[in-house]
Design a protein around this ligand. Sequence first.
Ligand SMILES: Cc1cc2nc3c(=O)[nH]c(=O)nc-3n(C[C@H](O)[C@H](O)[C@H](O)COP(=O)(O)OP(=O)(O)OC[C@H]3O[C@@H](n4cnc5c(N)ncnc54)[C@H](O)[C@@H]3O)c2cc1C
Ligand SMILES: *[C@@H]1O[C@H](CO)[C@@H](O)[C@H](O)[C@H]1NC(C)=O
Ligand SMILES: *[C@@H]1O[C@H](CO)[C@@H](O)[C@H](O)[C@H]1NC(C)=O
Ligand SMILES: *[C@@H]1O[C@H](CO)[C@@H](O)[C@H](O)[C@H]1NC(C)=O
Ligand SMILES: *[C@@H]1O[C@H](CO)[C@@H](O)[C@H](O)[C@H]1NC(C)=O
Ligand SMILES: *[C@@H]1O[C@H](CO)[C@@H](O)[C@H](O)[C@H]1NC(C)=O
Ligand SMILES: *[C@@H]1O[C@H](CO)[C@@H](O)[C@H](O)[C@H]1NC(C)=O
Ligand SMILES: *[C@@H]1O[C@H](CO)[C@@H](O)[C@H](O)[C@H]1NC(C)=O
Length: 500
Amino acid sequence: MTRFHMDLFRLVALLYIVAIAAGQQNTSDICLQAASRLPGRISYPTDSVYISSRQSYYSGFERALAPGCIFRPINTAEVSRFIKLVTAGGQYGNTSQAPKFAVRGGGHTLFSGAANIDEGVTIDLREIKSVVLSKDRKMAAVGGGAVWSDIYPQMVPYNLTVMGGRVPGVGVGGFVTGGGVNFLNQRYGWSCDNIYGYEVVLASGEVVYATANSYKDLWLALKGGSNNFGIVTRFDVATFPQGLMWGGVISFNYTKSVLEAQAKAFRDYMDPKNFDSAADMGIILNYANKTFSLSNSLFYIDPVPYPKTYKAFTSIPSLSPNTLTLTNVSNMVVQFGKNLPSKVPRSIQLVYSFKNTDVPTYTKLIQQWETDIKTLETVPGGLSQFLIQPQPVTNGTNSMGLEANQHDIVMCIVTAAWTNPADDARVQQLVTSIVDKHERVVRRQRLYIPFKYLNYADISQDVIGSYGTNNKRRLRAVSRKYDPKALFQTSVPGGFKVSK
Ligand SMILES: Cc1cc2nc3c(=O)[nH]c(=O)nc-3n(C[C@H](O)[C@H](O)[C@H](O)COP(=O)(O)OP(=O)(O)OC[C@H]3O[C@@H](n4cnc5c(N)ncnc54)[C@H](O)[C@@H]3O)c2cc1C
Ligand SMILES: *[C@@H]1O[C@H](CO)[C@@H](O)[C@H](O)[C@H]1NC(C)=O
Ligand SMILES: *[C@@H]1O[C@H](CO)[C@@H](O)[C@H](O)[C@H]1NC(C)=O
Ligand SMILES: *[C@@H]1O[C@H](CO)[C@@H](O)[C@H](O)[C@H]1NC(C)=O
Ligand SMILES: *[C@@H]1O[C@H](CO)[C@@H](O)[C@H](O)[C@H]1NC(C)=O
Ligand SMILES: *[C@@H]1O[C@H](CO)[C@@H](O)[C@H](O)[C@H]1NC(C)=O
Ligand SMILES: *[C@@H]1O[C@H](CO)[C@@H](O)[C@H](O)[C@H]1NC(C)=O
Ligand SMILES: *[C@@H]1O[C@H](CO)[C@@H](O)[C@H](O)[C@H]1NC(C)=O
């Protein structure tokens, strides 16, 4: 090497070190560093681990994104080490200089970028999945990347259950930090209402354990606050005694008279004087292939076939066969999952809530959806679902701004799926305009509830704002306290951000 070349070499090396110290790292830098410091955990676009991780997202919008590399940690310490690398041990001046990354649990969010990212790094948490029952069996310590349908079978032999998703594949991480509608929700609340502790890797890389007694502000913020405060590597969740439960799906002819009977049955079911805490159900209206169809999901956590509370639904003449059965929770989830596609190409859902209303109003909502959704017939692969279900009953210990012990709140979701990118804008507009119209109907009745359930919301909806001014302010303060350089606001762009 000539003197000149040595100087040049030194200069380049120096510039490189300076760049790192300043935190000006690019994606490949961080992938290379992580690969050397965390051997075996980084995979690249041509690796089978990367390919299968990317293909396993529920929605095509997430599968379309291609991170520079995927990081698959197997424990909390590795997550912490990675965060320290990303932030160059806290040496970075501000987070716009840190590389971008995404945090992924079960990968069931529909919209683009919630749990995946282009060019940055995606942290796929699914290897952090251990499940440990406490000695008294009242609590299960569940890994931050676990999937509910893998946990249920481990609880059944103990006659216990946990508050998870009702369809296979849904992850603990997104589900619980966003709320969690579960089979037990009418009796015991949202899943997030029943988390004793969160082990969290903060933006500093420090690992803390947040409970009602320590880091209480963080504990509360995580109940609805999603990925804004850190990466949750363990959830200490409540377990509940559970024998066999009853439920499944029952279908009906889609006729005016059946819809009317459904509206009446639902209005009465939602009347607090008929409240039954063992029940959790939904009216499912479908449009596919120019055809409308109608079914109910009926669940009952006590071992009672055809409970009285569902009589008005089950006595409507129905199509056979139905899948209503007495079985364990694990099998119920597997069976219920068969009614949904295991993946969707392109998909959107919007949510809104309101107080129980009268039959003409339910009918109006259905007719509005029916009229407008027909335009999907010219969209390849176009299909839609309008879902009407009770909102969980909460005791109010969360960040979602909900009134405690309300038994008559309804939560509706309008979903659509389609095949071609060329139809994205059109379908998104269609679903948005249906929900706008629906909201206007219930606003006029003064029954509208501003709350938007994070896990059923589209990114276009103001979820954090829907928690109310005080909650939003409090969530921002918690973000500033535990993440002063706003790493999870700027370097983790995906999902609903408290700073927006
Ligand atoms: C088929 C299907 C069935 C569903 N059934 C139900 C249901 O019964 N009840 C219900 O309430 N919802 C249900 N949902 C919605 C579901 O709750 C959300 O999609 C939820 O986000 C799924 O969590 P996930 O970990 O799989 O998602 P991901 O898409 O992986 O993550 C969602 C968000 O959470 C963040 N996140 C994930 N893990 C962590 C973590 N450990 N720490 C910090 N942030 C994290 C991610 O960064 C992302 O922004 C269903 C969705 C689908 C597609
Ligand atoms: C990113 O880092 C890699 C590896 O150090 C380097 O080869 C590449 O030129 C960098 N790209 C940019 C845009 O800085
Ligand atoms: C962060 O750093 C970048 C790059 O050095 C700079 O352009 C930007 O102004 C900084 N932002 C803040 C908020 O300091
Ligand atoms: C749950 O029920 C199904 C169907 O009866 C059965 O095959 C399965 O073994 C049960 N699961 C457990 C964990 O016992
Ligand atoms: C679970 O319940 C069944 C039926 O009541 C009972 O036979 C069994 O012993 C219980 N198992 C445990 C671990 O309690
Ligand atoms: C709600 O339930 C949770 C979990 O049992 C508990 O920690 C919390 O204190 C309860 N809140 C109220 C207001 O009762
Ligand atoms: C629509 O029809 C096609 C062709 O008949 C079929 O393959 C597809 O499964 C149908 N889709 C739904 C959702 O029923
Ligand atoms: C549903 O509609 C079909 C076709 O019109 C009819 O033959 C059948 O009897 C109806 N079933 C019920 C339960 O109403």
